[in-house]
Design a protein around this ligand. Sequence first.
Ligand SMILES: Cc1cc2nc3c(=O)[nH]c(=O)nc-3n(C[C@H](O)[C@H](O)[C@H](O)COP(=O)(O)OP(=O)(O)OC[C@H]3O[C@@H](n4cnc5c(N)ncnc54)[C@H](O)[C@@H]3O)c2cc1C
Ligand code: SF4
Length: 484
Amino acid sequence: MRFFRHATIFHGCAVGGGSITYACTLLAPPEKVWEAGSWTGLSDWKAEMPRYYEIAARMLGVTENRILGPADLLLKKAAEASGTGHTFYCTKVGIFQAAEGELGGQTYPDPFFAGDGPERTTCVACGGCMMGCRHGAKNTLDLNYLYHAEKHGALIFPERRVVNVKPLNGSSDGSAGYEVSTVKSTAWIRRQPQRFTCRGVVFSASSLGTMELLFHLKEEGSLPAISGQIGKQVRTNSESLIGARVPGCSEDLSQGIAIGSGIYIDEHTHIEAVRYPGGSDAMSFLTTILTDGRPGSPRIALWLKNALGSLLRHPFQTLRLYRPWGWAREAVILLCMQALDGQIEMCWQRPWFWPFRKSLVSRGEKMPTYIPQANEFAKKFAQVAGGTAMSTLPEILFDVPGTAHCIGGCVVADSPAHGVVDAHHRVFHYKNMYICDGSVVAANLGVNPSLTITALAERAMSFIPPAAETEWNDAAESAMIGKP
Ligand SMILES: Cc1cc2nc3c(=O)[nH]c(=O)nc-3n(C[C@H](O)[C@H](O)[C@H](O)COP(=O)(O)OP(=O)(O)OC[C@H]3O[C@@H](n4cnc5c(N)ncnc54)[C@H](O)[C@@H]3O)c2cc1C
Ligand code: SF4
């Protein structure tokens, strides 16, 4: 978790990136996302992207979730009670599920790549996807892209943090290649520096990681010509986390996959039922009684009023809401995402609380932590489930929304005046340098972003010629409008 003034950002940190701890909900966004943001008009996205979504879906093994746990059935019931039952859907996920009538937990030879991949075990519906799948059922990148890359000769260096990338042999645009310096990411002292030289570089350190690295490299003078647009157009899917807890629930709400189903409560607002595996009760310290918001009124005052009122009216029920034990079995988190555009900016500054070195600092208009429609739905959900609706504590105490979907910051654009990469993901002003991660996404997707990030990376790679044919002279072009 990284804490900023405008958002608390959750992100993955492992070989396989976010895929190791993500919920593997893999959804394509509505077509309208290609008509918003700085990538508009740079390519015929609507015609081109379906092909790359298909490749991405095949590589990530996307299939419809067939494991509906008690939390999903409650979501369906609550949606029906609030008149949106027709929008209920089972999520598309990257999980190896047992065939109809078969038990989970069975191991099979590779089912995804015609036997060319690793053997896999079917999902046991433990709800633990966001803790990292211990069963080998979730299609994490180490079981698909990275597995095949290694098989084809790629070397993976775990626990290596990239700290510098600079052009070789004094060529300012990288045409002679790059030197990449790394240190051991888990060491505080004796950091075991290691250097690599290469003809081309693909940054894929995530929205936060790539922004951080590029800001640093621009300022240190290693890559001074990177566009000044780093950190601009950072988006967070306008999210709010609410939920409900059903103390003494007869069913185990942690059963199922992490995100098994979703609904649309209106054109812009999408809600998914999320769970953690049994025993993940420390999460209870992040949840509290549901609290609305009012313009100009701090939510903290309302929260104290609600908590006190509830304690006086229903002391037993209220105390059970705060009991950590059994939280994961009794709670459902509702992840609300809105496709409405809202942006913040990340800057490279000395934060007031740690002025000794520069780091990412967020700027811009505050993002709402209170989405009224979402709170109303949480109340309906709690009513249907026979429980109590919940908000997340950091959203109330610090008025800062939480998000697992930070995107943008090095967006695709027509020129360095508006973004950091061109429509082929080539970094402006450098040769054979690319960015393939969430930082290039130039619009609010309104759905979980991984499938789009993968599809965009597939598209970017489709422009790279085979090694034997490349002239190592690939440079970004401004205003690629009309080009394929
Ligand atoms: C709890 C949780 C649940 C989520 N659930 C979903 C979901 O269900 N569906 C979905 O679509 N998305 C989900 N997401 C979001 C998803 O994980 C991210 O959007 C996605 O992984 C971003 O991909 P990326 O390629 O941009 O970067 P990442 O997958 O984050 O990979 C970047 C990698 O680079 C590494 N790195 C960073 N800096 C450096 C450096 N300097 N040197 C070397 N390595 C570096 C990081 O450690 C990380 O391993 C979830 C996220 C979280 C945290
Ligand atoms: S529910 Fe459990 S077994 Fe299934 S993919 Fe998630 S973590 Fe793995």
